[in-house]
Ligand binder design. Structure first.
Ligand SMILES: [Zn+2]
Length: 180
C-alpha cells in the first residue's frame, strides 16, 4: 500500500472517504482565522497544526487518525488578564459515517464524524477537536488578585497547607524512631 504525505497548508474541503481508500496523510497548518470559534474562545491562537492519516481499518471504517495542536493564549478567569501562552493538543480518532445509526455501531475507540456528502470541511474537524481540548478552567498559578476580593478567608488555610513541607513530617517520624 502506498502512503502519500502532503505537507504545508492543509486543504479546507476534501473527500475523506476517497482519501481513506488511497491511504493519505496530511501534515500542515491552518491559519488562525480559519478556526473562528477557537479564536473566539481564546485571547489569541497561533501555530494551528495537524498530522492526520486517512485510511480504511480492518472493519472497513474510513478512519482519520492523528493529532492536532495549537498555541493558545487564554484569559485568567479570576483577574481577566492574559495567561502565559500554552500549547493544546488533541488526539484524533474518528470514523466517517453516513448517519446517526451508523455512528451508534462504531466501536468505542472511534468518534463518529457524520457526513452525508462526499465532501467535508477539514477545518471544522480540527477546530472541534481543539475546542474539546481547551481546559475547562484557566487561572494564574499564583494569586493574581488580593484574596480578600474574591474569598471569605478560606484561601488562607489553603495557602498554609501548601507551604508545609512534606519533609518536615518525614523528619519528625524519623526523629521519633531514633528515640525508640
Ligand atoms: Zn489571574
Amino acid at each position: 500500500m502506498s502512503e502519500r504525505t502532503i505537507l504545508k497548508r492543509l486543504p479546507n474541503r476534501l473527500e475523506p472517504r476517497k482519501l481513506a481508500y488511497s491511504d493519505t496523510s496530511f501534515e500542515g497548518s491552518v491559519s488562525a482565522d480559519e478556526v473562528p470559534r477557537l479564536l473566539e474562545a481564546t485571547r489569541s491562537i497561533s501555530n494551528v497544526k495537524a498530522l492526520l492519516r486517512f485510511f480504511v481499518d480492518d472493519r472497513k471504517n474510513c478512519v482519520i487518525n492523528g493529532s492536532v495542536s495549537a498555541d493558545v493564549v487564554l484569559e485568567c478567569q479570576r483577574c481577566l488578564q492574559a495567561l502565559e501562552p500554552r500549547q493544546i493538543t488533541a488526539a484524533v480518532m474518528v470514523a466517517v459515517v453516513n448517519d446517526e445509526a451508523k455512528a451508534e455501531q462504531l466501536p468505542k475507540d472511534l468518534d463518529p464524524w457524520i457526513l452525508e456528502e462526499p465532501e467535508a470541511d477539514l477545518y471544522l474537524l480540527i477546530e472541534e477537536e481543539l475546542l474539546l481540548s481547551l481546559p475547562v478552567v484557566s487561572y494564574h498559578k499564583d494569586e493574581c488578585l488580593d484574596p480578600s476580593l474574591y474569598s471569605t478567608g478560606d484561601i488562607e488555610a489553603e495557602t498554609i497547607v501548601k507551604r508545609s513541607n512534606p519533609f518536615d513530617v518525614l523528619a519528625s517520624i524519623k526523629g521519633k524512631n531514633e528515640i525508640d
